[in-house]
Design a protein around this ligand. Structure first.
Ligand code: 5GP
Ligand code: ZN
Length: 136
């Protein structure tokens, strides 16, 4: 992808403050940070979102994410860490190259809004679980 921002960072055509790099993944600081230390972990090949992620890349990107989360916690002294990962426009994705946000969190920082939720009940839960198992 010639004009993908994250592909250009992988190729070294755009600057990035890198944290970690290996065969499959790259981690660098978000240029617009929720808190200092807000990092992004990406897969190196151009994969648009989680729906296109293969098992090798999925394993690699989560391994790097776990390492980066530990580094963010140790380096910033934050109270907690939240992972955020968006897919497709409706999912809130704005850069269409798979990435995971690693967000340092602080007590009562009220950073992320949480969704209103209600319990569907066991029957509906079991029905949905069956639908998901059928396509897994
Ligand atoms: P999304 O909204 O897709 O989950 O996250 C995309 C993220 O990429 C945004 O938080 C945005 O700040 C970050 N971003 C966009 N362009 C650049 C860039 O050129 N460099 C870096 N480091 N981050 C970027
Ligand atoms: Zn890309």
């Amino acid at each position: 992808m010639d004009d993908c921002i994250f592909c250009r960072i992988v190729r070294g055509e755009l600057p990035a403050s890198k944290i970690h790099e290996d065969e499959h993944t790259l981690a660098f600081l978000n240029i617009v940070a929720a808190h200092p230390g807000h990092a992004l972990v990406i897969v190196k090949p151009h994969v648009a979102n989680i729906l296109d992620l293969d098992d090798t890349l999925a394993a690699a990107v989560f391994q790097t994410t776990a390492r980066v989360a530990k580094a963010v916690k140790a380096a910033t002294g934050c109270d907690g860490v939240t992972l955020f990962q968006a897919n497709e426009v409706a999912g809130g994705q704005t850069v269409f190259h798979f990435h995971i946000h690693v967000l340092p969190r602080y007590t009562n920082d009220k950073l992320l809004p949480f969704w209103p939720a209600s319990s569907p009940g066991r029957e509906a839960l079991d029905d949905m679980a069956a639908r998901l198992r059928a396509v897994l």
